[in-house]
Unconditional design. Structure first.
Length: 212
């Protein structure tokens, strides 16, 4: 069975996922908090203006597809909501759900456990990291170059370890990135991440050239 979400359902599910990561102390979310999360103006494209009825309808659809559920806590009279996306899925489950795998260069192996949550999170967070990296590069000024480079380097390290959480990469590239991390703070090396064709095989480093 293929599950296709409309834009409201996708926004509600994405908001639940995001808040579990960014504000775990306030997760699961009440309906009011979930509406606010869906409608916030930062990190949202497009910005929406959903009402409670729209969010309730999306929650019902997600519940019917086993993607979200309501929870009741003993210390709260307010119903709260959480997603039900799994951390991993076996290849056999993926093949049974999707029936077809369109990527001609990789195969889904039935016996392998795939880290579907980490892979989904990586794709979403990497887009935000790239946008932030570009803005830092554009805004770097002579007096603030080191600060901008340091933040850009932090984004590269985040990208690398997020990629590693997907079960990808290798010990050799992890070692190179770690060696760069150990040498940071001397205003020459700032960050490193795996890169290259197929997102692997090469480590890119952020450094500052010194002339003279």
């Amino acid at each position: 069975m293929n599950i296709v979400l409309n834009e409201v359902e996708a926004r509600v599910l994405g908001a639940l996922l995001e808040k579990e990561i960014t504000t775990p102390d306030y997760y699961p979310l009440s309906l009011n908090a979930l509406v606010d999360a869906c409608n916030q103006k930062s990190n949202r494209d497009p910005v929406m203006n959903l009402d409670e009825d729209s969010v309730r309808g999306a929650l019902r659809a997600l519940h019917d597809n086993s993607l979200a559920r309501s929870v009741s806590a003993a210390d709260s009279r307010v119903t709260k909501y959480e997603h039900r996306l799994p951390e991993t899925l076996a290849g056999s489950e993926i093949l049974a759900l999707g029936k077809a795998h369109p990527d001609p260069f990789t195969t889904v192996r039935p016996e392998v456990k795939y880290r579907v949550r980490a892979c989904t999170r990586y794709a979403v967070e990497e887009n935000q990291r790239i946008e932030t990296f570009i803005e830092l590069a554009r805004g770097a000024k002579d007096g603030l170059v080191n600060d901008a480079f340091r933040l850009m380097g932090d984004l590269m390290f985040q990208s690398h370890w997020s990629y590693t959480e997907c079960g990808l990469g290798c010990d050799e590239t992890d070692l190179l990135v770690e060696l760069v991390r150990q040498e940071c703070g001397k205003n020459q090396l700032y960050g490193a991440k795996i890169t290259g064709g197929g997102a692997g095989g090469t480590v890119a480093c952020k450094h500052r050239s010194v002339v003279g």
